[in-house]
Design a protein around this ligand. Structure first.
Ligand code: BG6
Ligand code: MG
Length: 217
C-alpha cells in the first residue's frame, strides 16, 4: 500500500477525552435514575450526541419527546465542557505529537475524522489545530460512524484516494466506518474491542511510521 494520508479520530485517539464523555453520559443516566456501565459505553464511542442519547435512553427504558431529548443533550454537553474547560496539552495521548511531527517530515497528509461537534475547540485547547490539514467533525457530517461519510469527506478534502489512507480509531464503529470507506483501519486500544481492525496498536507510545508500515505487511 502506498500510504499518502493518515486520518485520525479525536476522542480516545488524539486526546484522552473518551473518559469525559463517559462521565457526562453516566451523570445524565444517573439523573434519570439508572446507571450506565463502562462496557455499555463502548456502544457510544464514535456515535453522535443525539444517537448516543437514544442508545442510553434505550438502556434505561425511557421514552422522551424531542424537546426533552434536546434539553438532555445540551445538559450532557454542558457537563462535558465543564470537564474539558481546563484541558491542556498534557492530555494529548502519549506518543501522538511525535507521530504527527514524523508524518509532517515525511510529507504524509493528515486529516481529522471525528463525530464530535467540539473537535475544533478541543484541538485548540491542546494546541494541535495546525497539525490537521482537513478537519471533518460533527458539524460537517450528516451520518454517524459506522457510516463511512466522515472518512470519505476527509480523504476528499485532502484529495487522496481511500486506498492510500490509513485511519486510526479507538471505536469499533469507527473501524467499520474506515473499512467501509475502503481504507486501512488501525485500532488504537484494546484488541478485543477492535477485533475488526486490520491491525491494532495499544497506543502511539513507541510507535513510528516504520513500525506502522511493518504492521501492514
Ligand atoms: C465522538 C465520541 O468522538 O464524538 C462520542 O466518541 C461522542 O462519545 C461524539 O458522543 C459526539 O461528540 P460531541 O462532542 O459532539 O458531543
Ligand atoms: Mg474515539
Amino acid at each position: 500500500m502506498n500510504i499518502q494520508a493518515c486520518i485520525f479520530d479525536l476522542d480516545g485517539v488524539i486526546v484522552d477525552t473518551a473518559k469525559y464523555h463517559y462521565k457526562a453520559w453516566r451523570r445524565l443516566a444517573n439523573s434519570l435514575d439508572f446507571d450506565f456501565t463502562e462496557a455499555q459505553n463502548e456502544q457510544l464511542k464514535g456515535v453522535s450526541r443525539m444517537e448516543s442519547l437514544n442508545i442510553i435512553l434505550k438502556i434505561g427504558n425511557k421514552i422522551l419527546d424531542e424537546a426533552q431529548k434536546t434539553a438532555l443533550t445540551k445538559q450532557k454537553n454542558d457537563w462535558y465542557l465543564e470537564q474539558v474547560a481546563d484541558m491542556k496539552s498534557d492530555e494529548i495521548l502519549p506518543g501522538v505529537v511525535d507521530f504527527l511531527n514524523e508524518l509532517q517530515t515525511k510529507n504524509i497528509r493528515t486529516a481529522l475524522g471525528s463525530a464530535s461537534k467540539n473537535a475544533v475547540l478541543t484541538l485548540e485547547k491542546v494546541n494541535l489545530l495546525n497539525y490537521f490539514e482537513v478537519i471533518i467533525d460533527g458539524t460537517k457530517t450528516t451520518r454517524s460512524k459506522p457510516d463511512p461519510q466522515v472518512f470519505q469527506l476527509g480523504a476528499q478534502g485532502l484529495g487522496i484516494a481511500p486506498e492510500n489512507c490509513i485511519v486510526f480509531e479507538d471505536a469499533a464503529k469507527g473501524i467499520v466506518a474506515a473499512r467501509s470507506a475502503g481504507m486501512y483501519a488501525i485500532g488504537v486500544g484494546n484488541a478485543d474491542e477492535l477485533a475488526h481492525a486490520h491491525a491494532v496498536i495499544p497506543s502511539f507510545e513507541q510507535i513510528n511510521f516504520e513500525k506502522i508500515k511493518v504492521l501492514m505487511c
